[in-house]
Design a protein around this ligand. Structure first.
Ligand code: GDP
Length: 336
């Protein structure tokens, strides 16, 4: 039985990955902080995973967790993930996102150098690129978050040169009903549940024209696992290959409401529900991010199953259900 250790197991990606690895018969260990934000996403598998206390800023706690898990595969998914927060706490973002990986890699090299390491790299590393982003596209990060991820990505690369199996999975934005409420997709679908319940408060958003390559997190964790099963290790880009604007996402959300609540949203326009808040505009905004996932498709045999409209639908359904408004048919859509 293979052993996997996941940092950030209680988050969106960590919980989907844990479910997937359990299906593959792994023994799953997860690192959680002493005061974790939420364990909600682990409810279904709580008795099948072993949770260990640790913090990416604390080497000793990582070492203890590593010894207990003694992993064949280590997935580093924990981190400070919100771009605006990285401007509030740049040093902390670097310490967690880059320093955290540095601490883990040192432990792997010294203690069990055959552990395969997955690093959660990010499309934010690219910055503003004209066209598709590939594995060899130049990184031009525009925020402390992006910089922390580039540094970690390079760190993984340099340990690879020292013989450690370490890959950077360059994942484009991936969402789900488990996405943090501060991210724009979930912010919109949560607000939509309010609109369905009769709330007339307009949702304040920033740049509606920003475009992202949004996929479903449950699909993406399978690519993470596949990356660690390759004969030689290398980095892969994971995304759908399409980008959509924030306005398109919100418009599709409204269309979902229209379909479900006959008559009520028939003449509804986006501006009836959404207003611009200039304080939410970003310096260093990345205007459009689009993946070219050809390498992942050909070498990992990976393809996303959930397309953009299906992603919007499942997120809207889940937030309506969470507010007791509708029982969704697709809530069971997990990583299976
Ligand atoms: P990111 O791509 O990792 O920064 O993911 P986010 O979901 O935080 O942001 C995606 C895009 O949506 C960015 O270009 C934001 O500028 C844009 N956006 C527009 N309004 C908002 C908002 O109210 N909240 C967030 N989080 N993003 C917004």
């Amino acid at each position: 039985m293979k052993r996997a250790l996941i940092t950030g197991i209680s988050g969106q990606d960590g919980s989907y990955l844990a479910e997937y690895l359990l299906q593959l018969d792994y023994q799953v260990f997860g690192i959680v902080r002493r005061e974790p934000g939420t364990m909600r996403w682990l409810e279904g598998i709580r008795d099948r995973v072993e949770l260990l206390y640790g913090d990416l800023r604390d080497t000793q706690s990582l070492e203890v967790a590593f010894y207990k898990a003694w992993p064949d595969e280590l997935y580093n998914l924990a981190g400070q993930v919100f771009v605006p927060t990285s401007w509030e706490c740049p040093a902390e973002t670097l310490d967690i996102n880059t320093g955290g990986l540095a601490r883990l890699l040192l432990i792997v090299e010294r203690r069990k150098s055959d552990t395969r390491v997955y690093q959660a790299s990010s499309s934010e590393m690219y910055g503003n690129v004209d066209g598709f982003c590939r594995e060899n596209t130049r990184f031009q990060p525009t925020s402390p978050y992006g910089i922390s991820k580039v540094a970690a990505h390079k760190l993984a690369e340099s340990y690879r040169a020292r013989g450690i199996y370490a890959v950077g999975g360059i994942l484009f934005n991936h969402e789900s009903p488990r996405r943090g409420p501060e991210m724009v997709t979930r912010k919109i679908t949560r607000a939509a549940a309010g609109w369905a319940a009769g709330d007339k408060t307009k949702l304040k958003l920033g740049n509606l024209e920003a475009r992202r390559d949004w996929g479903f997190a449950g699909d993406y964790v399978k690519a993470m696992h596949a990356m660690l099963q390759q004969p030689t290790c290398k980095d892969y880009v994971v995304g759908t290959g399409e980008s959509h604007s924030v306005a398109e996402f919100a418009t599709l959300v409204l269309a979902e409401l229209r379909e479900r609540f006959h008559g009520r949203f028939t003449n509804a326009k986006l501006e009836d529900f959404v207003e611009l808040d200039p304080r939410l505009l970003r310096t260093g905004e990345i205007h459009d991010l689009r993946a070219d996932p050809t390498l992942a498709r050909t070498e990992l045999n990976w393809k996303p199953k959930v397309d953009f409209p299906a992603l919007v639908r499942l997120m809207v359904e889940a937030d309506l259900a969470a507010n007791g408004i509708l029982t969704p048919s697709s809530l069971s859509l997990g990583a299976s």
